[in-house]
Design a protein around this ligand. Structure first.
Ligand code: G4P
Length: 530
């Protein structure tokens, strides 16, 4: 396998959680270990500073929500870690789903007090769709949370995944004494410290050693012995393959804000998490070790600098070696493109890079040639799959408020929807535009950005549609249906026919009445489950 060494040294993952569970805090602590930042608080303060890597839209600064997905790369113990940040807010769920197509595994943060929450459930569903390997980090053990065994039951039941604890907490809240690492048999004693990257770790292969009582007290020592015996009986050793297959999730306990349990999470993560993996295309499966370069765009973002209109496309390298100043085939446009200044996200500086390998994320300056899901190759005509658009949940008609700026509005809405901010459906040769989003906040983002970046003002008229379904089937049946239902028929950006149903009842009725037509809930028909 070519580039075996480079591939083996890389780990590309995302941290996901319900808002407030501690994703940002954990991210920051991981970056501290990786030397990518020097002081605690740096990631947080990025939320409000102008030159942040992670959050750079004005609207984010106003609302303090991490809208953008960005990448933070750092080295730890000779491993190159690419950490893909995801927005926590539910209105930007699609952004998160797309980012998850570009990672090889995830760390899921669960708040020990709140347990499994709404977003945790949804994000886990997306991981399950792709069998993405998951490590669970139970956070906030310094607070009085749910009992660990109850929490494990809850996570298993709610997230429909088997768990395998690799560490176990000793008490919690004010009485929290630390964790016992079941993977390498060490006792990690808790000290509350937001700054330190040191952990107080003692090797403890035999828990019956009386010294344990001296460290954590007799009562907690006995409880730990009992718990660990039970855990060994129930779980046995970790079956790493099952983790890699997405069937078992190893669990760690800690307190991100106190930087506790983070190092052991990271150490185990680089040991067991998968190196960059292959991906499916419409033609064949691509192995990371193939000689020739392939990659896909999973995210497009407006430039950091609002004075420049160009955008940054995030490319995930899937196979071979990506090189600067080399022509690659943009397979959708059937056009050769090359990049003078591709950059990496190492540390917080953006550096121009000469090459990148599978698992890496490269930032490409884009003047409007990319859409989400676009594929680059060394000539082979193929398209990576698994980055579908899902049916939006809220639909509104776009109204131009300034006829003098029609062109700007057209251009702006096309570019914003290429970025994946929302979906655009059109009627009457493009004259009627309907925007579909997952959350209300996205409409605000669109309105704000159209004005700030394109000088176009718009408003939205709410429409009462329930779902968008891509329709396919026997040609005449589709044509007849489109004519008969013309008020509900739109085109998506690629010209595909979409039926907008007013309600579930309407959708079911149309399905029954039109057996020759298939109604799909995602834009990727071949793999779609409708
Ligand atoms: P998110 O990115 O998942 O939304 O969560 P974030 O890291 O911003 O954390 C949410 C809140 O939880 C923050 O408090 C953070 O300090 C706190 N937190 C994170 N880890 C722990 C932990 O291990 N123990 C406890 N007790 N709290 C934790 P905040 O008050 O919202 O923000 P801040 O003022 O502390 O920055």
């Amino acid at each position: 396998m070519k580039y075996e060494k480079e591939i083996g040294l890389r780990r590309t993952f995302a941290i996901i959680s319900h808002p407030d569970a501690g994703k940002t805090t954990l991210t920051e602590k991981l970056l501290l270990f990786g030397g990518a930042i020097q002081v605690a608080g740096a990631v947080k303060s990025n939320k409000i500073k102008k030159h942040a890597t992670s959050d750079f839209m004005e609207i984010e600064r106003q609302r303090g929500i991490s809208v953008a997905t960005s990448v933070m790369s750092f080295e730890y113990n000779k491993t190159l870690i690419n950490l893909l940040d995801t927005p926590g807010h539910k209105d930007f769920a699609e952004d998160t789903y797309r980012t998850l197509t570009a990672v090889d595994s995830v760390i899921l943060v669960v708040d020990s007090v709140n347990g499994v929450e709404d977003q945790t459930r949804k994000l886990m569903e997306v991981c399950r769709m792709r069998d993405t390997p998951v490590i669970v980090f139970v956070n906030k053990l310094d607070r009085d949370g749910k009992y660990p065994f109850d929490l494990m039951d809850e996570i298993e039941k709610e997230l429909k995944i088997s768990l395998h604890p690799l560490s176990w907490p000793i008490n919690m809240g004010k009485e929290f004494k630390g964790v016992y690492n079941l993977y390498d048999h060490t006792l990690n004693l808790f000290t509350a410290s937001q700054k330190s990257t040191e952990e107080n770790t003692l090797s403890f292969p035999d828990l019956n050693d009386n010294a344990l009582d001296n460290y954590i007290g007799e009562r907690d020592a006995n409880q730990l012995r009992e718990d660990v015996e039970l855990l060994h009986g129930v779980y046995g050793p970790l079956d790493n393959q099952k983790y890699l297959d997405g069937k078992i999730a190893p669990v760690f306990f800690g307190s991100a804000v106190n930087n506790f349990g983070v190092k052991e999470l990271l150490d185990t993560f680089i040991n067991i998490a998968p190196a960059p993996r292959g991906r499916n295309t419409d033609k064949r499966y691509i192995e990371p070790g193939e000689d020739k370069f392939t990659g896909f765009i999973f995210k497009i973002h407006a430039n950091l600098d609002p004075r420049h209109r160009d955008r940054i496309a995030f490319l995930r390298v899937c196979s071979g070696r990506f090189s600067r100043n080399t022509y690659y085939k943009h397979t959708r446009l059937e056009k050769d493109v090359r990049f003078n200044n591709p950059y990496s996200f190492l540390a917080r500086e953006k550096d121009v890079i000469e090459e990148a390998f599978p698992g890496d994320v490269v930032g490409l300056f884009d003047t409007g040639t990319f859409k989400i899901g676009d594929t680059l190759t060394e000539g082979e005509k193929l398209q990576f799959t698994g980055i579908p658009e899902f049916s939006p949940e809220i639909f509104k008609e776009l109204v131009n408020k300034d006829p003098m700026k029609t062109k700007q509005l057209e251009k702006g809405i096309t570019q914003l929807t290429d970025e994946g901010v929302a979906q655009l459906f059109t009627q009457h040769e493009g004259h009627r535009k309907i925007i579909g989003c997952v959350g209300e906040l996205q409409f605000e983002v669109i309105q704000y950005r159209l004005l700030q970046e394109y000088g176009a003002s718009c408003s939205f008229v709410p429409l009462s549609f329930y779902k968008a379904c891509w329709i396919t089937g026997e040609k005449k049946a589709v044509e007849d249906f489109a004519r008969f239902k013309q008020n509900n028929i739109m085109r998506d950006k690629d010209g595909n026919l979409v039926y907008l149903a007013q309600s579930e009842w309407f959708l079911n009725t149309e399905r029954q009445n039109n057996p020759a037509i298939e109604f799909h809930f995602t834009s990727e028909f071949k793999t779609a489950k409708s």
